[in-house]
Structure formats: C-alpha cells, structure tokens
Design a protein around this ligand. Structure first.
Ligand SMILES: [Fe+2]
Ligand SMILES: [Fe+2]
Length: 281
C-alpha cells in the first residue's frame, strides 16, 4: 500500500453527505451545455445509467459489509451508501425531467442499464458485482476529476446544471477509494479486477454512444445522420475528447500496486465544497 493510500484511508471519515436544493427542471429542458445540442445529449446520457448503477454498487458492498474488519472502512462504506442513495434520488429526477422536456421514452433509454444491472444483482457472483463496482467507481472518479480540475469542460454550462454535476463529482472523488478498499480486504485478486476493468471500459464507451444515439433519434434527429452526428464531434471522440481522456487516465489502474489515492486530488474536494456552500448560501 502506498503512503498516499494509507493517508487517504485514515483521513476519509471526513466524507459527508451534501444536500442542496438544485432547481434543474427549467435548465434541463434546453441545450444547457453552451447551447450545444450534442454536448447536452452526451452529458445527459451520462445520467441515464446512474440510478440503476448506483443501486447495484450499494448492493455489491452491502453483501460484504459483515466481512469488513476495519471499523474505519465500515464507517466509510455506510457514508458511501448515503452518498450514492442521494445521488440516485437526484438523478431519478434529472432523468425524468430530461425525458419529459426533450421527448425521450424513459423506460426505453434506461432499459439496457436497468436490465443489465438487475440481471447482475440477481445472477452474478458477488465478487463480479464488487469488481464491477470498483471499476465503475474508478471511471466515475476519472470523469469527476476531469470535470473539476479542468474547468474548461463545464465552462459554458448553465450554472445550476454545472453545480449539480460538480456536487456529484466531488462526492465521487471523496469516496473513490471505498469500493477498492473493500475489494482489497475481501477479494484481493488484482488480475480478476483488471480483467473486469478491460470489459467495463469498452462497455462504458459503447453504452454512452448507444444512449446518445437513442436520445438524438427520440428528439427528432434523422436516422441517416446519426452516425456522422456521433462521429464528428471532438467533444466525445476527439484526441482531447471525453473518451480519449478517460482511456488515458485508466492506464494507471492496471499497475499491480495501484490504489485510487495514489493520485491524490483531495484539494479538489475543498475547492468544490466551498464553491457549493457559497452558491447555496
Ligand atoms: Fe454517485
Ligand atoms: Fe460512486
């Protein structure tokens, strides 16, 4: 275990559940991301899997709760449950609003994720659920880091929607080591985790593209334009785009002694927490 990870674990009880009265409905009806329809759809597509995904993460960790010997880690897991439940509640509303205002069929756009996650919860072995959770948590932490540390990503978003994503992102950074630490204590098979990560990265990219296409078509985009529409935007597919940025940051994960807190970005937590406190003062 690296020094960074030891320090992070001992300091992580400062995790808190933040609740703010986000008033998103009006903004989510429009192209809130700088008036850019494509970027708005991609960002909204990231919200669709979250309710069913975060419920699965909670279930994955709950299965192992009694096997966690370290009281500090047990405490962190309980705060993780509260943070993820709050995220789920807020993204349920977010998803309902984008569907109501942009003409999506909620059941249809959610189905691939809901069905997959429910199938995993029902039939997969607990270690696969936990490994998937670790991988998704790491990918979420990478996106969160990008959004907070490179303000250009969200610079021209509607302030209320930007604050919403910053709020979710800061808690993802705060709890980024929790599922990993549980996995290390109860499973501790890095080879298996790496295997699951390889599949998860591919799935994330495919799912994001699929959901964005569904949304584009459901809001009236022409079927014959959809591929060109999807492939032509540097925001998703460019060398500095979202997918390339994620892949670039994932490489480190495959090191044998990797820990999420090797990349110590805790300074971002204070930054965003202060910003949100001021925004909602
Ligand atoms: Fe979350
Ligand atoms: Fe999370």
């Amino acid at each position: 275990m690296s020094e960074a990870s030891t320090a992070a674990q001992s300091g992580a009880t400062s995790m808190v559940v933040r609740r703010y009265p986000f008033d998103l409905e009006a903004a989510l009806g429009g192209d809130w991301f700088g008036g850019d329809r494509f970027r708005t759809i991609i960002a909204n597509a990231l919200s669709i899997p979250l309710p069913s995904g975060e419920r699965m993460f909670i279930r994955a960790l709950r299965h192992y709760l009694d096997q966690i010997q370290d009281p500090l880690l047990r405490e962190e897991v309980k705060i993780f449950f509260k943070q993820e439940s709050t995220h789920t509640q807020e993204h349920v509303k977010y998803n309902r609003w984008i569907c109501q205002h942009r003409g999506y069929d909620l059941a249809q756009v959610e189905a691939p994720y809901k069905d997959h996650n429910e199938y995993l919860c029902e039939h997969a072995e607990p270690r696969l659920l936990l490994a998937t959770t670790v991988c998704m948590e790491h990918l979420t932490a990478i996106i969160s880091h990008l959004l907070i540390s490179e303000p250009a990503w969200l610079a021209d978003a509607e302030p209320v929607v930007r604050d919403f994503w910053l709020w979710h992102s800061v808690e993802e950074i705060e709890h980024k080591g929790v599922a990993f630490d549980v996995y290390r204590q109860v499973i501790d098979d890095k080879g298996y985790l790496d295997e699951v990560m390889r599949r998860t990265v591919v799935q994330l990219a495919q799912n994001l593209r699929f959901t964005a296409c569904q949304m584009y078509l459901m809001e009236g985009g022409r079927p014959r334009d959809v591929r060109q529409w999807l492939d032509s935007s540097p925001f998703l597919n460019g060398a500095q785009g979202l997918l390339a940025s994620i892949v670039q940051h994932v490489d480190d994960f495959y090191r044998a002694d990797f820990h999420p807190w090797d990349h110590d970005n805790r300074h971002l937590i204070g930054l965003v927490s202060n910003h949100l406190e001021q925004a909602f003062a």
